[in-house]
Design a protein around this ligand. Structure first.
Ligand code: TYM
Length: 332
């Protein structure tokens, strides 16, 4: 069975972008067709200025929302990254295979480091090595496929490069993974700034639909979305990014094609209204299940405990093999 691994970082409240770009695919497709692991990657949340209590709270909330969005512990393994030591153990070894030039070329590093410096802060070393830890997450499980949104494709490419390089230098050890992207909504854009990704760590609340937003808040955000100059509804990401974003969101909610959908609308107002209702209906069952799960924190904890134990059992032989291959003396 194909091994699938993916993760989500507890740096903010989860968004419609996370859901359409990744989580929905995990729940409706991946866990049914593959031997799938999903991980709340809390170590990654420490790479930028963070509040310890908030990271803890968001880690629990992210795990709860993953279950609410349909992940089933009987079908997949759900766990928290820091509960499985193998991620950090393998990350160090992969740092000995990666180069600093490779790290500095990563788009997300360049953007986030620039943002930190603009704020007058310093850049944590872990922000630079972030993609190596992500490669360790993936390679520790013999992962073949990594279902992600478009913004993570470069990081998965690096994991591929490191796997190939390690295998070439030290002998066949890792499976070489590849990214899989959803057919639509691989990059949901900010409603107020449709040329920028809808990101959970951004500050611009009105442009971001959060999974736990009340229906009226969702409606308001979508009705106020920035659209483009012009009147007709056409699907063109380059010249009409605002309208294209709404068409993609609606298409992702309804299983339709954004181009075809555009023909059915004579005004932006009607498109916004239908998109808002489609998103409200999409989120309704997730929010209901989330409420139920919040009342049963023992269940969520049990899932994470069992998940970490299963994940440890899978990762340990792979990481031990990598340690042996690279020349570390096995413990006696
Ligand atoms: P993160 O937490 O930023 O996002 C989690 C998943 O959601 C997708 N996503 C989006 N998709 C479409 N439109 C958007 N606006 C949008 N925003 C986010 C992301 O592409 C991702 O699939 N580095 C990763 C976490 C990670 C990981 C891993 C992923 C760590 N280790 C190993 C896969 C495998 C991240 O920060 O995702």
């Amino acid at each position: 069975m194909t091994r699938v691994f993916s993760g989500i970082k507890p740096t903010g409240h989860l968004t419609l972008g996370n859901y359409l770009g990744a989580m929905r695919q995990w729940a409706t497709v991946d866990q049914h067709r593959a031997d799938a692991l999903f991980c709340v990657v809390d170590l990654h949340a420490l790479t930028v200025d963070h509040d310890p209590a908030r990271v803890r709270r968001l880690s629990r909330q992210s795990a709860t929302l993953l279950l609410a969005s349909g992940l089933d512990p009987d079908l997949c393994t759900l766990f928290v990254q820091s509960h499985v030591d193998e991620h950090a153990r393998l990350s160090y070894v992969l740092e000995c295979v990666a180069t600093d030039g490779e790290m500095r070329r990563m788009i997300q590093y360049k953007e986030k480091a620039a943002r930190e410096r603009e704020r007058g802060g310093s850049v944590r070393l872990s922000l630079l090595t972030y993609p190596v830890l992500m490669a360790a997450d993936i390679l520790a499980y013999g992962t073949a496929e990594v279902p992600v949104g478009d913004d993570q494709a470069q990081h998965v490419e690096l994991a591929r490069d490191l796997a190939v390089r390690f295998n070439h230098r030290y002998g066949q050890t890792f499976v070489v993974p590849k990214a899989t992207l959803p057919p639509v909504a691989a990059r949901v854009m900010n409603l107020q700034e449709p040329t920028a990704k809808m990101g959970k760590s951004d500050d611009s609340g009105p442009g971001i639909v959060y999974l736990l937003d009340e229906p009226d808040v969702v409606r308001k955000k979508i009705m106020r979305a920035v659209t483009d100059s012009g009147q007709d509804v056409v699907y063109d990401r380059e010249s009409r990014p605002g309208v294209a974003n709404l068409l993609e969101i609606l298409a992702a909610c309804s299983g339709a094609d954004p181009e075809k959908l555009s023909g059915g609308y004579a005004s932006y107002g009607a498109l916004k209204k239908d998109t808002a209702e489609a998103v409200v209906e999409l989120l309704r069952p997730v929010q209901e299940r989330h409420r139920e799960l919040c009342a049963d924190s023992a269940y969520v904890e049990g899932v994470l405990r069992d998940g970490a134990e299963k994940a440890r059992g899978m990762a340990r032989p792979m990481v031990d093999a990598a340690y042996r291959a690279i020349g570390l003396l096995p413990p006696v």
